[in-house]
Design a protein around this ligand. Sequence first.
Ligand code: NDP
Ligand code: 2IT
Length: 449
Amino acid sequence: MANSSEDLNGFMEGVRKRSPGETEFHQAVQEVAATILPYIADKPVYKEAMILERMTEPDRTISFRVTWQDDAGNVRVNRGYRVQFNNSIGPYKGGIRFHPSVTQSVLKFLGFEQTFKNSLTQLPMGGGKGGADFNPKGKSEAEIMRFCQAFMTELSKYVGPDIDVPAGDIGVGGREIGFMFGQYKRMTNRFNGVLTGKGREFGGSLLRPEATGYGAVYMLEDMLHTKGNEIDGKRAVISGSGNVATHAAEKIIHRGGTVLTLSDSGGFIYDKDGITLERLQWIKDLKEKRRGRIEEYATEFGAEFHAGTRPWNIPCDVALPCATQNEINADEAAALIKNGCMAVSEGANMPTTIDGINNYLEAKILYAPSKAANAGGVATSGLEMSQNAAHISWKEEELSKLLRDIMHNIHAACVEYGDQGGGYVDYMKGANIAGFRKVADAMLAFGAI
Ligand code: NDP
Ligand code: 2IT
């Protein structure tokens, strides 16, 4: 039998041939295949059914033109997508991203990861992802509304509470979900759980906005506990300043940690005394209401601003990348380790490059990959779907306990399949295998489809 690196090369060659040029998608598949191929090497049932080959091909990729009009009356054109990756364990579920960097490759990587992540939550959700190469920066509220309505006009043909349930992601928050839900309702005359992350007044779940960031900190906390450590007193370096980053920062502060940095695409702010809850609220207002730049924090509070760079060279105990993919390269991962960082919990999707991950694994630091660390968001979306289906709303206490339990369970699943002995857990291996098993077994049950 070929050795596992030959297996991996052969497998990846097939993936590249089928999807040429889709580098982000290749990266996400390679990271998973590197642990799943050795895992299934002695499990012929998966190999004979070509499960991994089937799992790395989306069920379908839909792309469509989005035509809208800007405030000056100009007709504008963008490309929208929905990648329905795998619905073996439930309706397609995953966010919508509006960002100029959106391509089919980016959405395929996100949909692929989502399939494993949703499986890890133990809730009945398949994997999907959508979005558009639309840049929300500098657009008026009316332009955002028209774009969302035009996007949903096309997307509405492919989604539904038992079919595919989108939510937010980069550039899509409560405001955009509101516009899209309104358009869906207007077009279909249906009020249902077609989207999650909705406003509280129209079926949104309590704790959904907080869930991804809080969940990433819960995962960090569970990892630290395995070493007899706590978040209390730890210095955290965080990137991003959107939904995930600000709520991760909030939970770190609740737990007695110090948040030194936050960032956006312009650079990062470094507040040596630690960002307080009051200052964090200022940042949330800056981003959600005034749509401003993080640089303004430095002027407002006398902190440092480092333009055009990322925060990974600032010495810290724990790091939470919460902005975007490939925001920590091999050198930055090495810098974190050299400066004493003991744990990385990924709030963003695939924020570390493969070489960067290899540095974490070699140094044996605590490393929670995104599909485990940021699953609290989609898990709470799953809870929103349950509430919508039953026409009820649960109290914050109940939801908070459910989220905490789900993150404990994901941590435990990573330990179960990733324990390497000698007190070291490879959480990436654990997350990949635990996520794979449920989807793979469902696919086996369906036969060759
Ligand atoms: P937001 O749009 O709320 O915030 C995104 C933040 O990341 C902003 O600060 C943005 O800066 C920064 N950012 C985005 N793209 C880039 C880039 N190319 N380079 C540098 N900075 C960038 O998005 P979210 O907080 O929702 O998402 C952040 C990450 O978390 C993404 O990877 C997303 O997929 C992931 N995620 C989100 C979940 C959710 O529930 N929202 C759930 C699970 C994962 P700027 O404003 O300057 O662009
Ligand atoms: O990457 C993700 O998990 C999300 N953007 C959230 C998806 C969801 O359906 O809540």
